[in-house]
Design a protein around this ligand. Structure first.
Ligand SMILES: NC(=O)c1ccc[n+]([C@@H]2O[C@H](COP(=O)([O-])OP(=O)(O)OC[C@H]3O[C@@H](n4cnc5c(N)ncnc54)[C@H](OP(=O)(O)O)[C@@H]3O)[C@@H](O)[C@H]2O)c1
Length: 268
């Protein structure tokens, strides 16, 4: 299937590694011009070079550019959008992403911890969307995909900050899909289950230390009970994001799709 991504311009936030990186690489291989960001200059430069090499090898006309921007900083978000417009003159796709908040439980986390998590995962999404929607509207459409978590369907024990902030993203996205459909702007969410990235490996290390088990045991607990019986790979997640972002998904909006190997056990 031709996804129709050649010549499209995409912003992929928080993309020096992990899920964001895999999404940037996938979009660039399909022919999109991708602007990537993260907080670390060396990391995002190296990541954009790697994505750029993959785009050249794919010979679909894709490219990548990386810049430093912290998605929790409104000024940085605006710079990211301004730089994309300066380079490419349009924005067809926005992939909202950020790091994950720390682990913790209700009785030990204070107001500041919740405020920080909301700023990291909810407010960053809101600000990124607010900065690109006028451009998408003026262009006659666009596609926004939010990277959330399987926790929006099934909260994860010990990650109450993430469980709380990401539910807000779904409410925001569903309302935006309703309000912006008339401008041909689509808004969807993709929720990863346990996927092999630095984040999942570092959470496993923390759990291993807490529970006195090995890192491998902690990782295998992540996928126990998952019908496909393994962690997901970032590329498997990126394939779904790339489809939703693309014109091939032109009648899909307001959807939340899990990429979790069957971990979520509800019917819908
Ligand atoms: N992997 C999973 O199994 C899984 C499951 C459910 C949900 N998630 C969620 O999906 C998202 C991505 O996860 P991941 O596993 O890919 O994480 P990761 O491997 O830790 O990568 C996070 C990326 O985000 C960047 N980043 C972090 N904070 C940022 C900020 N404030 N501004 C700009 N860039 C920032 C990091 O680069 P810098 O450090 O250079 O900024 C890095 O490129 C997270 O929110 C995570 O909680 C992941």
């Amino acid at each position: 299937m031709d996804l129709g991504l050649a010549g499209k311009v995409a912003i992929v936030a928080a993309s020096s590694k992990g899920l964001g990186f895999a999404c940037a690489a996938s979009l660039a291989r399909e022919g999109a011009s991708v602007v990537m960001c993260s907080r670390n200059a060396a990391a995002i430069t190296a990541a954009a070079e790697a994505v750029g090499r993959e785009a050249v090898a794919a010979e679909n006309g894709g490219s990548a550019f990386g810049m430093v921007a912290d998605v929790t900083d409104a000024g940085d978000v605006q710079r990211l959008v301004d730089e994309t417009l300066r380079r490419h003159g349009r924005i067809d796709i926005l992939i909202c992403n950020a790091g994950g908040p720390p682990a913790g439980i209700f009785e030990t986390l204070d107001d500041q911890a919740f405020a920080d998590a909301l700023n990291l995962n909810l407010m960053s999404t809101l600000r990124l969307c607010r900065a690109v929607v006028p451009q998408m509207r003026a262009q006659g459409g666009g596609s926004i995909v939010n990277i959330t978590s399987i926790s929006v369907k099934q909260p994860i024990d010990g990650l109450i900050l993430s469980n709380t902030a990401r539910a807000g993203v779904i409410g925001l996205a569903k309302s935006m899909a309703n309000e912006l459909g008339k401008y041909n702007i689509r808004v969807n969410n993709v929720g990863p289950g346990p996927t092999r990235t630095e984040r999942i490996l570092s959470l496993a290390r923390q759990r291993a230390a807490m529970l006195g088990i090995t890192e491998d045991e902690a990782i295998s607990r992540d996928w126990q009970g998952i019908p496909l019986g393994r962690l997901g790979e970032p590329e498997e997640f990126a394939n779904v994001v790339t489809f939703l972002a693309s014109p091939a998904a032109s009648y899909v909006t307001g959807a939340t799709i899990q990429v979790d190997g069957g971990m979520y056990k509800g019917i819908m």
